[in-house]
Design a protein. Structure first.
Length: 200
């Protein structure tokens, strides 16, 4: 098979969620490293910075979870919103919601919305590790780390339900490109928030 033909086959077998993963792998890895370097799980005061980061990101994307065009693609979207749990976690550890300026994401563009949601929902899959770290601080699904808890149906299944909906959405070529650019933008935005938060 020629290289071009092999590429075509590869393109066919790779799902949208797999493509988004590939497009953001390096950004995810760099972000993980930066966060671990930031020592966000060494005590509750540092952990409150992690919560502040999470709150800013989730506040900026909160409107996506109520957007009709996105709910048409993933009907369980409203129940996936984490903002209230993060706010409860913040008050559990005696901290306050950060006063930073928010840059809300445009909820009117479903293709971009899917890219941002891929990043937010994927972070709940990876949160098993973060929950373990939070547990070392005496926090957990009932107190202080509510937003890191696994969904009752299980993290893996809950994630697959989302990726199935994401992968099944019919997008134009232009929308496809916007979804990918938005997943990249989402990781860049989280990185930016992390830098600002860690700088203090
Ligand atoms: C120290 C911080 C982090 C660590 C150690 C971490 C770790 C992980 C791990 C281990 C997975 C794979 C889980 C699995 O396949 O079962 C994962 C997935 C993922 N994480 Fe993170 N993560 C971190 C922070 C974040 C943040 C802040 C975001 C974005 C807001 C994020 C977005 C994602 C996404 C989108 C996926 C899904 C990748 C895919 O399979 O398509 N992660 N993470």
């Amino acid at each position: 098979m020629s290289d071009a033909a092999a590429d075509l086959v590869d393109e066919k077998v790779e799902t949208r969620s797999q493509r988004l993963k590939r497009a953001t792998r390096d950004l995810h890895e760099a972000l993980d490293q930066r966060m671990m370097q930031g020592d966000l799980f060494s005590d509750r005061t540092r952990y409150a910075l992690f919560l502040a980061m999470q709150w800013r990101f989730h506040a900026e994307i909160a409107a996506l979870y109520g957007a009709p065009d996105l709910i048409a693609i993933a009907p369980d979207l409203p129940s996936r919103r984490k903002l209230e749990e993060i706010e409860n976690d913040i008050s559990d550890v005696g901290a306050a919601v950060p006063a930073a300026d928010l840059r809300p994401v445009d909820a009117g563009d479903r293709a971009s919305g899917l890219g941002w949601l891929y990043v937010a929902e994927g972070s709940s899959l990876g949160a098993a590790f973060l929950l373990k770290e939070a547990e070392k601080l005496g926090l957990g699904a009932e107190f202080g780390a509510r937003h890191l808890a696994a969904h009752p149906e299980g993290r893996g299944l809950h994630w697959r339900r989302f990726t199935q909906a994401l992968d099944a959405a019919e997008l134009t070529e232009d929308e496809e490109a916007r979804a990918e650019a938005s997943a990249v933008a989402a990781f860049r935005r989280v990185r930016e928030i992390a830098e600002e938060t860690l700088r203090g």
